[in-house]
Ligand binder design. Structure first.
Ligand SMILES: [Zn+2]
Length: 413
């Protein structure tokens, strides 16, 4: 049992940490603020906010200035902002075909980005060697000091329990969560997120959903899923599994999905589905630019081949993609009826390569949803492209670093 003096000290330092995080989080969410506005946003008094800001200034995490510029001599500084150069946040989105890295400064500016193919999605712990090496490489290429890294956010596909730091489908190394293992190696905080939620974070912070409170981020790549933004917040669900949109049944007694069910949306409207359908039809004798002009055959055919042929006008490929987009749209109609979003954002590899597919999906979504719910929905293609997940993983980590709830304030205050 702690002595009452030690307990008191503990209580005071916990209170200060909460106040410190409240100030940092407000600056992260709202940008530069005057001390008066900072007091309003955090619900603290002006003298308290002023003391916390001074201490954060000493530790160089915040700077003071006037309207975003350094203060002039003799003039009292009035604006407080995060010191962009004080630290870096790394976001890593590990995909099935490649891994995207971004490095953000504290002003959430991108200081580096990279795409690498060296990280294997699997459950061999040796992959952490490759991951650490690549993170250090990306930082060193950007001439960003390792000491200034505040943390690393990781996004993974498959089943992920982000809150516990556990990868289930991939990066499953037994009992110890991947975040614990990686954090120990890097000596930095590490957070894990499901790729669907990471994409939603990316869109909310940097993309189309910046000013939208309710949105659905549709991610069509090799697989298919959605990130959901409700009342301005990314929705995780009870265990962090929310968004497995690809595994709702759309074809009775349809194709067997890898999840064990039949006729999942993912079996007719994902990159994987498009590949399978193209292969089956070509094997049955269909004519296409894929085999004739591009001379790609059998197992060499993948979603990229179909997208490439479609971009050259191949009717066979266009029809397959069109059919997939129609199925997707009818699925989105269910989400529109259920969630009443203001925006649907199309992202992921398939839409990045063929943005015109969003029009087919949009028409199908409107056709199958209720008019009052769909008439004002804005349908857009993500402008972040393949960067959305890495940006989202970094943004989530930034929010988490300055999160108050994780400190369990009720235990102290
Ligand atoms: Zn399935």
């Amino acid at each position: 049992m702690p002595t009452s003096k030690a307990f008191k000290q503990n209580k005071v330092s916990a209170k200060n940490e909460i106040r410190r995080r409240l100030v940092l989080r407000a600056l992260l969410d709202f940008g530069p603020l005057s001390l008066t506005d900072l007091a309003k946003k955090t619900g603290m008094t002006l003298p308290v906010v002023s003391t916390i800001a001074s201490s954060l200034k000493k530790s160089k995490l915040v700077v003071e200035g006037t309207n975003g510029t350094e203060s002039q001599v003799g003039r009292p500084p009035s604006i407080v902002m995060l010191n962009a150069g004080a630290g870096y946040i790394v976001g890593v989105d590990i995909g099935r075909l490649s891994t995207n890295f971004v490095v953000l400064d504290l002003g959430t500016n991108i200081v580096a980005e990279a795409r690498r193919k060296s990280i294997t999605l699997g459950n061999d712990i040796k992959v952490l060697d490759d991951l650490e090496k690549e993170i250090r490489n990306v930082l060193s290429e950007a001439k960003a000091s390792w000491d200034k890294v505040l943390g690393v956010g990781i996004s993974l596909p498959g089943m992920v329990r982000g809150k516990q730091g556990l990868g289930e489908t991939y990066f499953n190394f037994g009992e110890k969560p991947v975040t614990e293992l990686l954090s120990k190696r890097l000596r930095k905080p590490v957070h894990l997120e499901h790729d669907l939620e990471a994409m939603a974070f990316g869109e909310r912070w940097f993309g189309a959903a910046k000013d939208v409170e309710n949105a659905i981020c549709v991610n069509v790549g090799w697989g298919l899923g959605v990130g959901i933004i409700i009342d301005g917040k990314v929705y995780f669900g009870q265990d962090g599994y929310a968004g497995e949109f690809g595994h709702i049944q759309v074809v009775k007694s349809g194709e067997l999905c890898y999840c064990g069910k039949r006729g999942c949306l993912e079996t007719v409207a994902s990159g994987k589905a498009v590949t399978r359908i193209a292969k089956e039809k070509l094997a049955a004798g269909a004519k296409s630019m894929i085999t004739e002009t591009l001379e790609v055959k059998g197992d060499e055919i993948d979603a990229e081949t179909v997208l490439k042929a479609a971009s050259r006008g191949d009717e066979f490929s266009i029809e397959i993609l069109d059919e997939a987009a129609k199925y997707l749209g009818s699925g989105i109609a269910v989400l529109i009826n259920l969630l009443n979003p203001a925006m649907v954002i199309f992202g992921g590899g398939v839409f990045t390569a063929a943005p015109y597919l969003s029009e087919t999906a949009r028409v199908s979504a409107i056709k199958h949803s209720l008019v009052p719910l769909s008439r004002d929905v804005r349908f857009v293609t993500s402008s972040l492209g393949s960067k959305a997940g890495a940006l989202g993983a970094a943004a989530y980590l930034a929010e988490d670093l300055f999160d108050v709830e994780r400190l369990n304030p009720s235990a102290y205050v």
